[in-house]
Design a protein around this ligand. Structure first.
Ligand SMILES: C[S@@+](CC[C@H](N)C(=O)[O-])C[C@H]1O[C@@H](n2cnc3c(N)ncnc32)[C@H](O)[C@@H]1O
Length: 464
């Protein structure tokens, strides 16, 4: 790390070129600080491999952290022209990144959004502050569009807690006294059962919200026979089948007994399996995890914010915490969004199979989180743990080698911890990766091992 711990000094008379170079030096360090576990795994053994671009997420987080540091310095009265100019260079870099990883979605002009407008109006009457309006987009349903030019730090949306659907709400309903006695009942399941019934309540406070929800979600959980047949033999189908089996078991544990024991509270016609699945899809694809002022993380449905679509390089990244002074949830911008442009949220670092199973869409751009887990017999690789502290990963995976920076010998675009583990299983006392005949022999063995391992996934790769 030695050479990376240097200070970066910026002259007040720095030229634009010098400012760009300074930003790059700071950015190289910020990228490392903001690496996530997956990026560390695929990154390399040496931090110098990770000072370059790692992923849109890492780049956005790194640039945002630089802006935060600049704002902090300015707050401490260190405001200088050089600092302000550095800020401009960082903001421009974020815009360039946004352009490069832009999600292209066309507005469907012929679809009216009367119901959505009604919900927006209801929200605003309840104290929602919104800089967004709703439109339909090709292949993505509704999405939110900036009403005016929005800059970094602007609040695109602010939702008071009074219109957020969270576990506290269920406590006010008669089903709560029944559900709280059911062993193993979670707050999420209570909310799910509550939403199945509330959807049909003509007097619900959330009637306008329920009216805007799709009748059909089309996530992987409700894929029809044709899609299932097409996915035969894939890891994706395995994920979908497992998720569905889990939900079915959960449903069978609760029904029909709840309906039999309390038909007035759980009318059988509102608690069929298809309706349960609809509610699961609603919660999987529309809920957000929010940190409340008491420090508890709660799964919530947030009307209006639920119209925001996902992007790999979103405008809104840092959300999910209740502002205790305002008792609201704010959605601030991490990159600017021009008037008329769709404003995207980051749902999380999900693989495409997860997005398809639980949200029903595939991202347009390359997904850095698409990984294939590998089963490696760790028992025969015990030496890995003792000889090298950097190889203590217990699970291994691969992803598209085009994401990798290093394709040369000893690397092959594959994750270093995986190769390391395989090398040590072949030669526990291997010292270095030098071009000796012995090492090359080991490399050949490893490549053969990899070939046979990947052959097991051939069915999957041929289909994907
Ligand atoms: C929170 S909702 C967003 C609003 C949604 N488009 C609607 O009309 O209700 C999440 C759902 O939006 C869709 N979606 C979100 N991001 C998308 C994207 N980038 N491309 C396509 N569909 C997307 C998926 O159907 C997903 O399940």
């Amino acid at each position: 790390m030695g050479s990376h711990a240097k200070h970066v000094s910026i002259q007040s008379s720095a030229s634009p070129g010098e400012l760009k170079s300074s930003l790059l030096l700071i950015l190289q360090r910020a990228r490392i600080i903001n690496l996530d576990e997956l990026e560390l795994y695929f990154g390399g053994e040496d931090v110098t491999d990770m000072v370059g671009f790692n992923s849109p997420r890492n780049e956005m987080e790194a640039l945002s952290s630089i802006l935060t540091a600049i704002a902090k310095l300015e707050g401490e009265h260190c405001s200088t022209t050089a600092l302000q100019e550095l800020r401009v260079v960082a903001v421009n870099s974020i815009s360039e990144l946004g352009e490069k990883f832009k999600e292209e979605k066309k507005v469907v002009t012929q679809s009216s959004c009367e119901q959505e407008k009604g919900l927006q109006q209801w929200g605003e009457d309840q104290g929602v502050k919104s800089q967004l309006e709703i439109s339909y987009f090709e292949g993505a349903g509704r999405g939110a569009v900036a009403r005016q030019d929005l800059r970094i730090g602007d609040i695109a949306l602010e939702i008071p807690l009074s219109v957020v659907i969270s576990e506290n709400l269920v406590h006010e309903y008669d089903m709560y006294s029944i559900l709280e006695k059911v062993e193993g009942m979670s707050a999420e399941t209570m909310l799910l059962l509550w939403s199945m019934k509330e959807k049909h309540n003509p007097d619900s406070k959330f009637k306008l919200y329920f009216d805007t929800l799709p009748e059909v979600f089309n996530t992987g959980l409700s894929f029809g026979m044709e899609a299932i047949m097409a996915l035969d033999g894939t890891l994706l189908l395995e994920e979908i089948v497992q998720a569905k089996e889990h939900l079915r078991a959960q449903y069978d544990e609760l029904f029909p007994s709840l309906c039999n024991d309390h038909p007035d509270v759980f009318p059988p016609e509102q608690y069929r399996w298809e309706q349960f699945l609809w509610a699961c899809e609603l919660w999987y694809s529309n809920s957000m995890k929010i940190m409340f002022s008491d420090g508890k993380l709660r799964t919530c449905l947030i009307p209006i914010a639920g119209f925001l679509n996902h992007s790999t390089c979103p405008h809104i990244m840092h959300y999910g915490k209740v502002d205790s002074t305002k008792n609201s949830i704010k959605f601030p911008l991490s990159r600017s969004c021009n008037a008329g442009e769709q404003c995207f949220l980051g749902y999380g670092s999900f693989s495409s199979s997860h997005l398809l199973t639980f949200y029903g869409f595939l991202p347009q751009l390359d997904n850095y989180y698409d990984v294939i887990p590998l089963d490696i017999d760790v028992a025969s690789n015990e030496d890995c743990e003792h000889t090298d502290p950097t190889s203590d990963w217990t699970s291994h995976m691969v992803r598209g080698t085009w994401f990798s920076k290093n394709h040369g010998i000893f690397h092959y675009g594959l994750p270093p911890p995986l190769l390391d583990c395989m090398r040590r299983s072949r030669s526990p006392f291997l010292q270095s990766m030098t071009l000796t005949p012995e090492n090359l022999e080991i490399e050949l063995e490893i490549l053969r091992d990899l070939c046979s391992m990947f052959r097991r996934y051939e069915g999957w790769t041929r289909r994907s």
